[in-house]
Design a protein around this ligand. Structure first.
Ligand SMILES: [Mg+2]
Length: 271
């Protein structure tokens, strides 16, 4: 008599976007804490990946813990950290960088040993790299400094190019893409862009978690960034309807923006 072998379930790695998926403003999204806890209990890996470069990974971990969601720095990818990884690989450590950005960019670049040039301290410093992340204190002077450095040969890097970001009240604010566009316009130079929809950071997450491509799922609320990034590298994708995108928009999406599945809340991942 032949015995059927019991199939062993291979663990999956779930990569969750943050805004619109895990929380929206100060509100945690429905079923998030219990779904993530259950996935972990099953042996799956939970990872978080935001394009928002404003905070450090440590600050995002603290923020998630504030929503009663278990998260360590090692489970968080941001477009700032992706930029730091990229610079590490391009042997930029020890070189000078001028940043347009906030805590997230500065802390990740300092942590890898780059010398971050400050506006007031070193007006004549040589600049090897210009990194542009979201900066709510962006000014004409910062644009002029970035322009001057790039036109003098500095490498132009953008953490991400989201043109807008959604607020809690349903309106939008200018995203980093709008700042990047001004630097591009002032220099006629194209940046290297690290965040979603580019696949670089997702590849780094797969390497870090030792996950084969066919065991990873990108879960997001944005077709143009989350879903496109997953599709670009051939990963399974799930669009959750708790954020930016309506069912109608999700069903109409084509090409790299077409999600592998559409779910109403994260709880459906448990099925
Ligand atoms: Mg989002």
């Amino acid at each position: 008599m032949k015995c059927a072998k019991a199939s062993v379930r291979q663990p999956l790695t779930y990569i969750f976007d943050l805004d619109g998926v895990i929380y929206r403003g100060a509100e945690r999204q429905p079923y998030v804490a219990e779904t993530l806890a259950e996935l972990r209990k099953r042996g799956d890996t939970v990872y978080f990946y935001t394009n928002n470069s404003s905070l450090s990974r440590q600050s995002y971990a603290t923020r998630l813990q504030g929503f009663e969601i278990e998260a360590s720095v090692d489970e968080i990818m941001t477009s700032s950290y992706a930029t730091a990884l990229y610079l590490t690989e391009t042997e930029a450590i020890g070189k000078t960088v001028y940043q347009i950005g906030q805590e997230g960019v500065e802390s990740e670049l300092s942590a890898i040993g780059m010398k971050v040039i400050k506006d007031h301290d070193e007006p004549d410093a040589h600049i090897d790299y210009v990194v542009v992340g979201i900066d709510v204190l962006f000014t004409y002077e910062k644009l002029a400094r970035a322009q001057s450095a790039i036109l003098s040969g500095a490498t132009f890097i953008a953490t991400n190019e989201d043109m807008t970001y959604p607020t809690e009240s349903g309106t939008v604010r200018p995203g980093n893409g709008a700042i990047v566009a001004s630097v591009r316009a002032a220099t006629s130079i194209e940046p290297v862009v690290l965040g979603k929809p580019h696949g670089y950071a997702l590849q780094k997450i797969l390497e870090h978690t030792d996950t084969p491509l066919d065991r990873a799922v990108m879960v997001g609320d944005n077709l143009a960034t989350d879903i496109a990034a997953g599709n670009r590298i051939g990963m399974h994708t799930a669009l959750v309807l708790t954020g930016l995108t309506s069912r109608k928009q999700a069903e109409a999406a084509q090409g790299e923006m077409k999600p592998g599945e559409i779910i109403v809340t994260l709880r459906e991942l448990l099925k």
